[in-house]
Design a protein around this ligand. Sequence first.
Ligand code: TRP
Length: 336
Amino acid sequence: MRIFSGIQPTGRKHLGNYIGAILQYVEGQQRAADAGDVAIYCVVDLHAMTVPWQPAEMRERVYDTAAILLAAGLDPERCVFIRQSDVHEHTELAWYMGAVTAHGDLNRMHQFKEKSAKQRDLVSADLFTYPVLMAADVLAYRAHEVPVGDDQRQHVELMRDVAQRFNERFGEVLVVPELRIPEVGARIMDLQNPTSKMSTTADSPEGTVFVLDDAKTVEKKFKRAVTDSDDPPRIARDPSKPGVSNLIDILAAARGSSFAEAEASLADARGYGDLKAATADAVNAMLEPVRERYTALRADEDALEAIFAAGAEKARAITQPVLADVRQAIGVGSRG
Ligand code: TRP
């Protein structure tokens, strides 16, 4: 069982990213290894250039992201950890996959519609073909499983269609991957606006807890979290109580416990203040060691480059034979 996932290069990973994606990555590297296979995790700098970007900042954000992932427990010895632009098979396969991707399907992508509407000057062709590159990322490894957030569902469905269409036309060359959306933490909500997902671009930065926020800031944000005015206060997961439910979800995820255990631990609470304090403590206990390791890892860019170089080499050992098979199947390149 081979896993592939990609993550955007930003230094501002928040609790939703951490619980919903990064913890799943760490768990996945073990699950893949137990199955005698490997997990590949990719910092997607090429996807980050589908909207306007600053060249000097790009590399910095890639380092930031790499340091966060490594600090969280990704082990480059146990998984394949790469920077997308280092492994040229991704872009080469993207061109081949474009041949079996329907223009009309790309036109239906929600993310393209949203992102293109926001562009003030240029809507690039790369923004439009973004899902083709994403398909190539995964298909180049014959990965079986793609852990992503719910917002990426449509892209994974498209990549499945692309792989199927390719195989129908050219033979069983590619693996059709499965979508995997994490149950826990898939929906960490904004602390100020608990009916919207936590995001980097929220209206109120107070509602978003960043992995690199210091302990005091984390405490403050939880203290101000929106709950409800139930009298007496009721600490329970319930769709009519989005703020309280979100805090319980975060508490459970940060402690690595079940929702029921998190609820039960607050049976004697006097009010929502206790829930907020317990959640802030659990989040700080989870993130403090990550923040410490981050600082050390981020300071050594040469070491990060060495990790990427080693990762790219392991990656190419997987992708080059796949690309050779694809070229044979479609009749381009040397006869072989
Ligand atoms: N598009 C994904 C996101 O924004 C990132 C990504 C790029 C990805 N390539 C991928 C995710 C391949 C899974 C598999 O979150």
